[in-house]
Each structure stands twice: as structure tokens, then as C-alpha cells.
Design a protein around this ligand. Structure first.
Ligand code: UN1
Length: 484
């Protein structure tokens, strides 16, 4: 069993105590990691601060070359890393390889930003005066990442943070430290200078809290639960904070939709990654006229999905991340069964044997105000709701506190545009599922999902400060708003 280390101030180091990362398929220990503490965070922040001076002055195209090398090494190691993702996180191998691919794309995208990092130039009200904006690094960034995209989401944060000239303290989820560890090793091999990236493992209450409250951390980027996000906002003081929190993402299916396509999209959105994406489809809002037909096909296919070892080609749905996740799903299934009127169509149980598995589960006749229609379950549970008019479907879609992803299946272009305009969400897909964003487009939500955009050009905003520059070459005092 691997005994792994943290990476602080350019050195791999251990700690007095450790914790274990578990394979959710076998429930066996995969690796041991140091349980870092406040002191480790402080050393990491000080090291990052020291490294900031040089790194922030390194020309962005040179920083970009290092990011390209990271992408290259990720590509070289894609198969190996994909297997680690599938083993430690539990998503099926093709998706695990996709996770690594998303990281490759991200490092390439932001590597190329080294030759752009555009600001704006504009006019001035006054003569002989020039005005522009430039991007400046923020400083030491604390990156706190989740387990569900254990390579891709750290990449979403690391790549833009580094290209903008920041140095970082990176705390991975304690459920997937091994994936993060492999990524950090690649960053170092690619030539990221010592102390520019510091990697501290340990609990949220020790390491996470110390990062969030550290006075020298200027910027925080967090992806995870709403409750933790709220705690961070309340405790981060005046740091620049980026948040990507939960979702309860709807797919609306109109009576004019291609039903086969809609069924595929719902299955993929609800049960891909075992429902453990912020973008997972957890509500299907279906037109009354076609609901029975759609549900027959959906339930038939959901029943056929095979749970099992994510490495095997014969597996469609891998395990949940840990025992707590299974308990949470079980709790919500009980809530669903107790909610007056909701009908369990399939699933609703744990298959026998080892591993944190749960059968793909569908509830019909769910009403918009039921808890299973409003709260994030983060597992393979789909609630089906019914509507007759599109404006009502949009109202149901919006009847939640989150606003991350959404989708509509329709052949009518007017319906599509009404959904684009009407649904309160950061993403709306037409005739495809709620999952599968691409790295060169902004990703993020509205409402209680948080309002940060990651990825795409807007992904730079989280990790840079815009400076406005006025350049007066008139040689005299000119007064804006006063002089002609
Ligand atoms: C997440 O679940 O937090 O759009 C991220 C998608 C992926 C990213 C999901 N590209 O489903």
C-alpha cells in the first residue's frame, strides 16, 4: 500500500498522523496520506508567498509552456491516471478517462492564455490620454477541490491560477487524495518551480479551515456542498472567493421531443457518474401527453444498467464515493417513499455484496414541493414531475434554490428559446443532457450554486485582478469630468 506525502515548500513531507483513502468498489485501503494541520498550512502559505515574487514576474508565455508540458504529461499518463480515478473515485473507466481528458484540455486552454491574458484598451474623455485594463495576479490562492472530478476540477483551478501568476496551496478532498497526488507529481515533473504549488492533505476542519481563515491567503476557490460554501463565505473575511456549489438540474421533455433521444439524455444525466455530478439530472419534468411512453422506456433501460467494478467494460454504473453517500441516498429514498403520492418505479435498494453501490432509482408522480424534487441527493436518484404547459415546466424547473445546469428536449425552436430565457441556471442544453460542459466555455451557476465562472475565458476572472490604467501624456494636469 502506498504511503504518500504532502508537498510543501518544494519538499515531500509526512505528518505525525495519517488517514486512508478507500477503494469504494472493494472497500479496501488504497493509500495512506498525512493528516496535515494548521502549521502545515501556514508553512505552505509562507512558501507560496515567497515563491510568488518570482513566479508572478515570469513572463506568462513561459508559464504557459509549463502548462503545455503538464498537458503533455497528462496525455502520456492518461490510461494510468484513468485507472486511478476509476479505482479511487469509482466512476466507470470511460468517464474516468474523460476526467483526465478534461484536465488535459484545461491545461492546454490556459497554457495558450499565456500569449493572451487580454485586457481592454479604450478611449479617454481627455486629449493625450490613454486608458486600458490589465490582469494582475491575486497572490496566494487556496484551492479546495471535491472528489467527483478528482483530476479535472483541480485542473480547472490550478491551470488558470498558475497562468495568471499566482502561487497556490491545494487541498484535495480526503476521498480522492491519490488522484490529486498524481496530478501534483506531474506538475512538478513539468517544471512548475518549487513552492509555486503546495499540496496539503488532511481534514476540512484542520487543513480546510486553516486555508480559509489564513490572513495571507488572498483568494479562495471552492467546489463542493452548499453548507461548506456558506461556512467559507462567513469565515473568509475579505478574500476573493470563488464558489461552485450544488445543483438540482432539470431536463424538460416537451410532447414534440425525440423521445428516444430524451431517454438517453436522462439516463446519462441521472445515472452517469452514479449521479454524483453537480450537473447531474435529478429531475425529469415531462409533458403529460408523453410521460407514460417516456417512462416505460426509461424504466426498462434503467433496470438494465449494471452496477459493478468501474474498471470492467461490463459495468454501466460504479459505486458511490463512500458509506455516508450511500446512507444519504438511502435516507432520501425513504423520504421519497414517505412523501405523499411519490411512486418508486425502480431501484430503491443497495445490491448485495461489497462496495458502496446503489441501484439506479426513479420516482414518479413527484410534486414540485417535495423534498426529493428540491434537495440535492448526489446519487443515482431521479424524480419525475409532470406538466402541461411550458411556462409551468419552467416554473417547476426554477422552484429550487440552486441554478447550475438545465436542459430541454424539443423540436420546436420557440420552446427552446423560451427555456433558454426562462430557466434560472448557468447552463442550458438543448436536446442534450445536463452534463458534459466543455473547458473553453464558462461553467458555473446562479442562485445558491454560487456565482463564479470557472473554465473558459471567464475562468481567468477568479484568479486575476483587473487593474485600470490611465496614461496621461499631455504633460499637464487634466481633470476628468471637469476639463473640456
Ligand atoms: C461537477 O460536477 O462539479 O459538465 C463538474 C460536466 C463536467 C463537469 C462537472 N464537465 O458534467
Amino acid at each position: 500500500m502506498a504511503d504518500c506525502r504532502m508537498y510543501i515548500d518544494g519538499k515531500w513531507i509526512g505528518a505525525k498522523t495519517s488517514f486512508e483513502t478507500i477503494n469504494p468498489t472493494t472497500e479496501k485501503v488504497l493509500a495512506r496520506f498525512p493528516k496535515g494541520n494548521e502549521k502545515d498550512v501556514d508553512r505552505a502559505v509562507k512558501a507560496a508567498q515567497k515563491a510568488f515574487k518570482k513566479w508572478s514576474k515570469t513572463p506568462p508565455p513561459i508559464r504557459g509552456q509549463i502548462l503545455f508540458r503538464v498537458a503533455e504529461l497528462l496525455r502520456k499518463n492518461k490510461k494510468r491516471l484513468g485507472r486511478i480515478v476509476a479505482t479511487e473515485m469509482g466512476k466507470v473507466l470511460p468517464e474516468a478517462l474523460g476526467d483526465v481528458q478534461e484536465a488535459i484540455d484545461t491545461f492546454e486552454y490556459f497554457g495558450a492564455e499565456g500569449r493572451r491574458l487580454f485586457g481592454n484598451t479604450t478611449t479617454s474623455e481627455l486629449k493625450d490620454k490613454f486608458a486600458m485594463t490589465i490582469r494582475r495576479p491575486v497572490g496566494v490562492c487556496g484551492l479546495v477541490s471535491p472528489w467527483n472530478f478528482p483530476v479535472a476540477i483541480p485542473a480547472w483551478k490550478l491551470a488558470p491560477a498558475l497562468i495568471c501568476g499566482n502561487t497556490v496551496v491545494f487541498k484535495p478532498s480526503s476521498d480522492t487524495p491519490l488522484c490529486a497526488h498524481e496530478l501534483v507529481k506531474i506538475l512538478i515533473e513539468a517544471g512548475v518551480p518549487p513552492s509555486v504549488v503546495n499540496f496539503v492533505t488532511g481534514s476540512a476542519s484542520d487543513v480546510g479551515q486553516a486555508i480559509v481563515t489564513h490572513p495571507e491567503v488572498e483568494c479562495l476557490s471552492f467546489t463542493g456542498s452548499k453548507d461548506t460554501g456558506e461556512w467559507i463565505v462567513a469565515n473568509a473575511g475579505l478574500k476573493k472567493v470563488g464558489m461552485e456549489l450544488g445543483g438540482k438540474n432539470p431536463i424538460i421533455v416537451m410532447d414534440d421531443a425525440d423521445l428516444e433521444l430524451a431517454v438517453e439524455g436522462i439516463l446519462w444525466g441521472a445515472f452517469g457518474t452514479t449521479g454524483q455530478r453537480c450537473t447531474a439530472c435529478s429531475r425529469a419534468i415531462v409533458h403529460r401527453k408523453i410521460k407514460d411512453r417516456l417512462l416505460n422506456a426509461l424504466v426498462e433501460k434503467a433496470k438494465k444498467l449494471r452496477t459493478g467494478n468501474p474498471i470492467l467494460k461490463t459495468t454501466d454504473v460504479g459505486p458511490l464515493i463512500n458509506e455516508n453517500a450511500v446512507e444519504k441516498v438511502e435516507r432520501y429514498v425513504e423520504i421519497g417513499k414517505d412523501e405523499d403520492g411519490a411512486k418508486l418505479l425502480c431501484g430503491g435498494e443497495k445490491p448485495k455484496g461489497t462496495g458502496y453501490f446503489y441501484r439506479p432509482t426513479i420516482f414518479d408522480d413527484v410534486e414540485p414541493d417535495m423534498r426529493i424534487a428540491r434537495e440535492e441527493i448526489f446519487g443515482p436518484v431521479l424524480s419525475v414531475l409532470e406538466f402541461e404547459r411550458l411556462d409551468k415546466a419552467i416554473e417547476i424547473a426554477n422552484n429550487i434554490e440552486y441554478g447550475l445546469s438545465s436542459s430541454i428536449y424539443t423540436k420546436n425552436v420557440n420552446n427552446a428559446f423560451k427555456a433558454i430565457e426562462g430557466i434560472d441556471a448557468g447552463l442550458t442544453y438543448i436536446n442534450s443532457s445536463t452534463i458534459g460542459s466543455e473547458v473553453h466555455l464558462p461553467f458555473g451557476g446562479v442562485k445558491k450554486t454560487g456565482h463564479t465562472k470557472e473554465a473558459g475565458i471567464m475562468g481567468l476572472d477568479e484568479f486575476s485582478n483587473v487593474k485600470t490604467v490611465y496614461f496621461d501624456y499631455s504633460g499637464k494636469l487634466q481633470k476628468a469630468q471637469i476639463d473640456d
